[in-house]
Design a protein around this ligand. Structure first.
Ligand code: DCP
Ligand code: CA
Length: 406
């Protein structure tokens, strides 16, 4: 049976989340990325702003020159993460074969589901409606027999679009489009192919495979198949998380005990927050160290009882760190902490004493604030040192591992 694959992508995602929260922004040129007098680039531009040539990745200064009347918004990641989770939860109601690709983009294998919804097209209409009703966002949907054509169809239908490519029509659908519309073809490949006189996907599709490979290497095989509308890649749901870890490299190799401990505490809190967000507990804690000479070691400890507490993760990590430091005195280049053997939280036993309960409540409250205002909105005593060492921005401090600075 021919497969039916859906690609769903939210329109102007960051901007649309802001507009849903503040309707006065609707219908206006809006940019999320930061104020125009700051360094940085556009993360998302509303379709009204795109009419002035604004696009993701453009320096904010350029954007404000091209469109001085645009409204510039700093943006806040936790908001977008929340919207993304709700978006994925809606999609999961329609098929268990859900593959999130990024915050606002996913594939859904809906083969054989037409009878439930009347047709696959009707199913897409219902999905779009639910996303609009429940999140106030507009989604564009492409439907085809494989991922690549579904994605191109969604992209082509934007904004607020819906485009279905019938089985057997994949090649002729793609043929007139520019080669840059084919996912995977970047600026470099585009220039190379253009220099060979190849401008459309149709021309790429009919190019002899050997000639294509002689120019772009083994990659030619894949884009040739895709250009012909052939794509049997499966929709792969994410595998359940087996472990969670965070690590960072120091600006300079260090032996400084308080810096090591503060960093370990910070990373433990990141791991703990992730664990609680996933509603899991862990049985194992692993410390990772890389020394100045690049030797890397991991040390693991199994907990008596599963836990999701920052304290437990940190103190276990600290014991492992102290033991490792006693054996090896070299300066440390990288430190990481992780948890594994994840389990569903057990029933809360009455054993929790009141101080443990208070600690748990406090942690939950901190998680809520951090989800709303960013991780570094709250800092615990032990990590305050990091503030002095790392340059602080409006968002918190900037570690050498950028993802950890948010
Ligand atoms: N994003 C970013 N920086 C980029 C590209 C994207 O921060 N260079 C973020 C902001 C976007 C989100 O990822 O809102 C989704 O990226 P998309 O490429 O899907 O772009 P949009 O959703 O903004 O617009 P479109 O309607 O074209 O999908
Ligand atoms: Ca998008």
């Amino acid at each position: 049976m021919a497969r039916r694959i859906m690609h769903i992508d939210l329109d102007a995602f960051f901007v649309s989340v802001e507009q849903a929260l503040k309707p006065a922004l609707k219908g206006k040129p809006v940019v999320v990325g930061g104020r125009p007098d700051r360094r940085g680039v556009v993360a998302s531009a509303s379709y009204e702003a795109r009419k002035f040539g604004l696009h993701a990745g453009m320096p904010l200064a350029t954007a404000s020159r091209l469109c001085p009347q645009a409204i510039f918004i700093e943006g806040s990641f936790p908001k977008y993460r929340g919207a993304s989770q709700r978006f994925m939860a809606i999609l999961a109601d329609f098929s268990p074969y859900l593959e999130p690709v990024s915050l606002d983009e996913a594939y859904l294998d809906v083969t054989g589901f037409e009878s439930i919804h009347g047709s696959i097209r009707q199913m897409a209409v219902t999905i779009k409606q639910r996303v609009k009703d429940e999140l106030g966002l507009s989604a564009s949907v492409g439907i085809a027999s494989g991922k690549v054509v579904a994605k191109v169809a969604a992209e082509l239908s934007k904004p607020d679009g819906l485009l279905e490519v019938a089985a057997g029509e994949e090649g002729s659908f793609l043929a007139p489009l520019a080669i840059t519309q084919l996912p995977g073809i970047g600026k470099k490949t585009e220039r190379l192919l253009n220099s060979l006189g190849i401008n459309t996907i149709g021309q790429l599709a009919t190019m002899p495979l050997e000639v294509l490979k002689s120019h772009v290497g083994a990659f030619g095989e894949l884009i040739h198949r895709h250009a012909n509308g052939i794509d049997d890649r499966k929709v792969v749901p994410p595998s359940p998380t087996k472990s969670i870890s965070r690590e960072t490299t120091f600006g300079q190799d260090t032996r400084d005990r308080s810096l090591l401990e503060a960093t370990l505490r910070y990373l433990s809190e990141r791991v703990g927050a992730d664990l609680r967000q996933r509603e899991k507990q862990a049985r194992c804690v692993t410390l990772k160290l890389r020394y100045a000479d690049f030797t890397t070691i991991t040390r693991r400890h199994t907990l008596g009882e599963s836990s999701n507490s920052d304290q437990t993760i940190f103190h276990t990590g600290l014991k492992l760190l102290n033991r490792a430091r006693a054996q090896e005195k070299q300066p440390i280049r990288l430190i990481g902490i992780g948890v594994s053997n994840l389990v569903e939280p057990g029933r809360q036993l009455g054993m929790l004493d009141s101080s443990a309960q208070r600690m748990e409540q406090l942690t939950r409250a901190i998680d809520r604030i951090r989800n709303k205002y960013g991780f570094t909105a709250i800092q615990t005593g032990r990590t305050l040192l990091l503030k002095e060492i790392f340059p602080e921005t409006g968002e918190g401090y900037t570690l050498h591992t950028p993802g950890l600075s948010r």
